[in-house]
Design a protein around this ligand. Sequence first.
Ligand code: NDP
Length: 334
Amino acid sequence: NKTWILKKRPVGDVGEGDLDLVESPVRDLNDGEVCLRTIYLSLDPTNRIWMSDREQYMPPVQIGDPMRGGGISVVEESRFDGLKAGDIVNTGLGQWSLYQVKPGAEVNKLPELPGVPLTAFMGPIGMTGMTAYFGLMDIGKPKPGETVVVSAAAGAVGSMVGQIAKIQGCRVVGIAGSDDKCKWLTETAGFDAAINYKKEDVGAALDRHCPNGIDINFENVGGEIMDTILMRLNDFARMPLCGLISSYNATEPVPGPYNFSMLLMRHVTLKGFIVTDYSERFPEGMQAMAGWLMEGKLKFETDVVEGLENAPSSLDRLFTGKNLGKLVVQVSEP
Ligand code: NDP
């Protein structure tokens, strides 16, 4: 087997030597266990959080332990009644490895949806899709005619947020880091407008594209972009706080938000959430997202990197913005 082990806690960007690729035999199965071979490893901004020892929503990965991650696997061998060799499953909370042994009860067999590629189970109908769906629908509570602004808009979560908001009849403005991403947002994903924050004055662009102010800010980034949005929120705006990616590589405490007082002045509801808060309602979210996907109402992209050996060096794509849509590593063939 091949497994990435966390060797030391990265300072700033993840660098060479922070993780080690270790080879070892795969152990024999006990009753109730399955051996999985990873097909796709999902790379997520939260991987960077788990590598650090900052305060977080679950225990960090310990030094010397396998790096934690999800994805899609195939059952190689099974001693669990509900699964057989060849079944394709959601890995759940697994490892950055080629093979892994897990209790069969912790992995779910994926349904077969005609015409839907496997990668959709990490995008629209996977964790990032559930994050977008429940964050927007449950916390954002979109109403037709309202204006929604989403940051990291061309990423896995953001691209779904905007499209779900369009389905709900909202005006949708995305913020992203390149002209190509902005073009994809407006021409393919159906956003009403997109702002390239690396080139444009975000405040002036928001004023232009949100003439009636902002009712929902789906926050993925934090920092200056969030501060600029805060100044433009309407009374009783809602703010699902999904992520703060601009600070995950920070080596010093991050100051701000400077316009925090706007939460008071505009009677704003801000709620931080973790997608697993909604795990009991995932069937509802999957059904809605799968339905829209099969009706052609959700467009999605997958950024595929080849080879487990490239996992740590590819995580950076999320922080430099090289990815369009969901970033995954293809570890083996189905
Ligand atoms: P994405 O596919 O959106 O990739 C991250 C994107 O963030 C990059 O493509 C980049 O796009 C943008 N970005 C990176 N650094 C910055 C920066 N400094 N300023 C502005 N934009 C930046 O990843 P995900 O969709 O997986 O995650 C998006 C957010 O959602 C993250 O904050 C993540 O932590 C959060 N999340 C939260 C979950 C929860 O349960 N609460 C679950 C899943 C994700 P660009 O080119 O536009 O800069």
